[in-house]
Design a protein around this ligand. Structure first.
Ligand code: PEP
Ligand code: MN
Length: 339
């Protein structure tokens, strides 16, 4: 249920309504809107009719049901897009596009630093790099784990770029959160509900990837797991879905951008690297993603793609990435966005 407060309702009035919601056995999530505050009362769907009684409280304007199965993620509860900080001074969801770039996996100090310096010089605002890698084969490189996290922290120190890195296993959440600025959930873990719940309890933004066979509704229900635990900073990332097509690694569902924009207030970014699987296809999909209305990009860049231990064929070189960023500025301007 959405409890819509009257315009100008005081903090005390808000606190009183929150208490009543809690007393009725529901969680109260306050969303400060431009003209008025609303409170999402979230909990057991079966008994929610009791919340209707809140309508008689003096500072409550209305109590309305949220029709979508995802509640806190829906546009019904927050009409304006969510804009928030990914790290100090780096925001997402506003006018400025957020470009995150870096290697698939952290392989070593010089590889990471060289790539980090190059993506920063080209205009990326966040450094990506996997320390824990979810690999299809148990025999493939699994990542440098904590050593990789330390290298990421050193690269942040050297460049000032905040870092986004994946947490694969619930038991590593605390460890990864000690180093990372942004916690990434990979496509394979999009329905790892215990992991999502733990990330909902963290005070760090989460980059949630769409699963390769998730519907948009399932994707938003996964976001809801994080939001319902109290973490409001969730960024959705479309990274391609499985289809019959084999010319590309996955099929980039660009229509997911306008669909998500209608359904949710959460920021949406595109990963053209895992979507296409080929570096030559990445630039066109970056431009198209911006035209479609995305809030940012997650792009794989490697200082030496030919010798990368993971996803080299889809990684841009530093020069290739710089050229994309240059051209992207014009697409951004056409889409009324800054880069
Ligand atoms: C990644 O971005 O490092 C990754 C493993 O991608 P995905 O989870 O989308 O396959
Ligand atoms: Mn990769």
């Amino acid at each position: 249920m959405i409890i819509v407060m009257k315009k100008g309702a005081s903090k005390e009035a808000l606190a009183e309504v929150r208490k009543r919601i809690r007393d009725l056995g529901y969680k109260a999530h306050v969303i400060h809107g431009e003209t008025r505050d609303v409170i999402g009362a979230i909990g057991d769907e079966r008994g929610k009719a009791v919340l209707q009684s809140l309508e008689s409280m003096p500072h409550v304007e209305a109590v309305v049901p949220i029709l979508k199965p995802y509640k806190l993620a829906s546009r019904e509860i927050r009409r304006e897009p969510s804009v928030f900080e990914m790290a100090p001074g780096v925001t997402v969801g506003g006018r400025e596009l957020l470009v995150m770039a870096g290697p698939c996996s952290v392989e070593g100090e010089s590889q990471l630093l060289e790539t980090a310096r190059a993506v920063k010089a080209a205009g990326a605002k966040v450094l990506r790099g996997g320390a824990f890698k979810p690999r299809t084969s148990p025999y493939a490189f699994q990542g440098l784990e904590e050593e990789g996290l330390k290298l990421l922290a050193a690269a942040r120190e050297a460049t000032g770029l905040p870092i986004v890195t994946e947490v694969v296993n619930p038991r590593d959440v605390d460890l990864v959160a000690r180093y990372a600025d942004i916690l990434q959930v990979g496509a394979r873990n999009v329905q790892n509900f215990p992991l999502l719940r733990l990330l909902g309890q963290q005070d760090k933004p989460v980059l949630l990837k769409r699963g390769m066979s998730s519907t948009i509704q399932e994707f938003l229900m996964s976001a809801e797991y994080i939001l319902s635990e109290g973490n409001q900073r969730v960024v959705l990332c479309e990274r391609g879905i499985r289809t019959f097509e084999t010319a590309t690694r996955n099929t980039l569902d660009l229509s997911a951008v306008p669909v998500l924009k209608e359904q949710t207030h959460l920021p949406v970014v595109i990963d053209p690297s895992h979507a296409t699987g080929h570096a030559s296809l990445v630039p066109a999909m970056c431009y198209a993603a911006v035209a479609a209305g995305c809030d940012g990009l997650l792009v794989e860049v490697h200082n030496d793609p030919e010798n990368a231990s993971c996803d080299g064929p889809q990684s841009l070189t530093p020069e290739g990435f710089a050229a994309v960023m240059e051209k992207l500025r014009r697409f951004a301007a056409a889409a009324d966005r800054d880069l």
